[in-house]
Design a protein around this ligand. Structure first.
Ligand code: FNR
Length: 378
């Protein structure tokens, strides 16, 4: 199979993974309208083509929170990454390091923080959910700090889990889920072998380390289901702000008023995101939400945007709409599931190449010059 895009990696991942995992990655909430709009609205952003400006000295790099990034892209936190490839978090972190960008580890990863951090030189970012179990949150923050994680991504758009029909059909969630997951694993022996699951329950590193006992996928789904915290509000975040010494980003902002609250709260950055269309279906795509948010807070706080980015051209589009940098979720996860670290490296190299093409044909030599001027005004 010839692989030249995220769509190709998606197809390769679909062939390799058991259905319950492919649909968990690929799917969104309810009728998946926001999921589709994330991709379609971004792909529909028209840029002004400009020519004959000598684009031979082009620079795709940026500086973010004192770190140099070779391209304005970061790897999003994705739960259960080690289920899509063997020690998946380590492989993804290595690929990010090779490209010169940060990897964000999900708090609900398969590998523990302590397994991944020593495998790379570059500090990773760490993502935390709001859980009722504040002991887990505190423990995770202490461990992330001890492991040298450079930034904290605090995800706030999951006070309750979204309704994902595909997961109920596939056996990822719902009353018969454990049994169905078990059968689906058995019918995909190559995948089970590849990820090291043959006959063994999967350990969930961060939660297992905290609990001092092995926690498998079934316990994990139950633990999370019982632990999302709908009572959370800005004042609950104060202790984290005080505890965490590095930059803190609030992930899951979709409204200018919330963006202003994040500035007032003292966050260093926001991540404009609808969780890849996995939470509340029908909300605005990130591409459509972003310009008003940028108008409200640009320059006061760093704006990272995700949900819908599939290639290097999309990165330039998000920046033109007002972001300082982007995050990618599914794009790299498909590549990881299809071809491990090499796949993610290849995908990131493709994105860099595509960014160069987009910058050349819009005549911007530096990332800082990518802004609303690039947009076609109808
Ligand atoms: C996610 N996302 C996510 N976000 C987070 O803060 N913590 C997490 O553990 C997860 N887990 C997760 C699993 C899977 C399978 C997906 C696809 C996504 C959301 C993720 O960080 C990001 O916001 C979206 O993936 C961005 O949208 P795209 O790039 O997938 O369109």
């Amino acid at each position: 199979m010839i692989i030249s895009s995220t769509a190709d990696y998606r197809e390769a991942a679909r062939r390799r993974l058991p259905p319950f995992l492919f649909h968990y990655i690929d799917g969104g909430a309810y009728a998946e309208q926001t999921l589709r709009r994330n991709v379609d609205d971004l792909a529909g952003v028209a840029l002004r083509q400009r020519v004959l400006k000598d684009m031979s000295q082009l620079d795709t790099s940026i500086e973010l929170f004192g770190e140099k990034l070779s391209i304005p892209v970061t790897l999003a936190p994705v739960g259960l990454t080690g289920m899509y490839a063997r020690r998946g978090e380590v492989q993804a972190a290595r690929a990010a390091e090779a490209q010169g960008i940060p990897f964000t580890m999900s708090s609900v990863s398969v590998c523990a923080i302590e397994e991944v951090a020593p495998k790379i030189q570059r500090p990773m970012w760490f993502q935390l959910y709001v859980l009722k179990d504040r002991g887990f949150m505190r423990n995770a923050l202490e461990r992330a700090q001890a492991a040298g994680c450079s930034a904290l991504v605090f995800t706030v758009d999951m006070p309750v889990p979204g309704a994902r029909y595909r997961d109920m059909h596939s056996g990822m969630s719902g009353p018969n889920a454990p049994l169905r997951r078990y059968w689906q694993g058995l019918t995909h022996p190559r995948w089970a072998w590849d990820v090291g699951l043959m006959g063994k329950p999967h350990d969930l590193g961060n939660i297992s380390t905290y609990r001092g006992q092995q926690v498998g996928l079934q316990d994990y789904m139950g633990y999370l289901g019982a632990n999302f915290d709908p009572s959370i509000s800005w004042k609950d975040l104060e202790w984290i702000r005080e505890f965490w010494r590095g930059p803190m980003l609030i992930k899951g902002i979709l409204d200018p008023e919330d963006a202003k609250d994040a500035v007032r709260f003292g966050a260093d950055g926001i991540i404009v995101s609808n969780h890849g269309g996995r939470q509340l279906d029908g909300v605005l795509s990130s591409a459509r939400a972003l310009p008003a948010i940028a108008d409200a807070v640009k320059g006061q706080i760093k704006i990272v945007a995700d949900s819908g980015v599939r290639n290097g051209l999309d990165v330039v589009r998000m920046l033109a709409l007002g972001a300082d940098a982007t995050m990618i979720g599914r794009a790299y996860i498909y590549a990881l599931a299809a071809a491990g670290e090499a796949g993610v490296r290849h995908l990131l190299a493709l994105m860099e190449k595509e960014m160069r093409v987009a910058m050349t044909l819009t005549s911007v030599a530096r990332v800082a010059d990518i802004g609303p001027d690039l947009l076609v005004r109808e």
